[in-house]
Design a protein around this ligand. Structure first.
Ligand code: DLZ
Length: 176
């Protein structure tokens, strides 16, 4: 499925009430900075639009996408509700692209398995610069903004899990 048909345009402010106290970490790669800074701007703008306070967005830069996993792991020790990993890997003439893409996607998956904080994957894995431009504020939207929505959806889901857990504790204590 083309990613342009899979977007979050129908999300409204009512979908995410009460985000004033939530805190988001963003780890951004310096490699292909022209692209990653557009993704970062898209993510920040969308988070603020939906009610996250600017002072509750913690941004950390790392040298390249390979270092995103370490950056996210360190940020996961802080009191945050979700982390977004932003990078851009563009295919070159060697196998470097495959190694970095595999390492960062597996690494971020491992963080999601190991820790209870959701880590959102916002790493463009493109065959050329034009594809990256299209996805970082160009004709295919801004994947940073979509990653922000994914983070907010995960925060909402966690709130539902917590209220279900509390309801179940209340139910069990009332049954005795
Ligand atoms: C070395 C490298 C190369 C060739 N290409 C990219 C890229 O397209 N995107 C990216 O984010 N990083 C790249 N890097 C840097 C690696 O991610 C990493 O920073 C270095 O290998 C040092 O560990």
């Amino acid at each position: 499925m083309k990613s342009s048909s899979q977007n979050f345009t129908k999300i409204t402010l009512e979908d995410f009430p009460n985000l004033k106290k939530n805190k988001i970490g963003i780890v951004v790669s310096e490699w292909n900075k022209d692209i990653t800074s557009n993704l970062l701007a898209g993510a920040q703008e969308k988070l603020i639009e939906f009610g996250i306070k600017n002072e509750n967005i913690k941004i950390s830069w790392v040298p390249g996408s390979f270092e995103l996993v370490y950056g996210c792991k360190e940020l996961s020790k802080q009191n945050l509700d979700a982390i977004i990993a932003i990078g851009c890997v563009i295919k070159g003439e060697t196998d470097h692209y495959d190694f970095i893409c595999n390492a960062v996607s597996n690494g971020i998956m491992q963080l999601n398995i190991s820790y209870s904080i959701p880590v959102i994957f916002c790493v463009l894995t493109d065959h050329n610069k034009n594809q990256s431009l299209d996805r970082s504020g160009g004709k295919l939207g801004n994947k940073g903004a979509e990653a922000a929505i994914a983070a907010l959806k995960m925060i909402s889901l966690i709130k539902i899990f917590i209220s279900l857990a509390l309801a179940s504790i209340e139910f069990s204590s009332n049954s005795f």
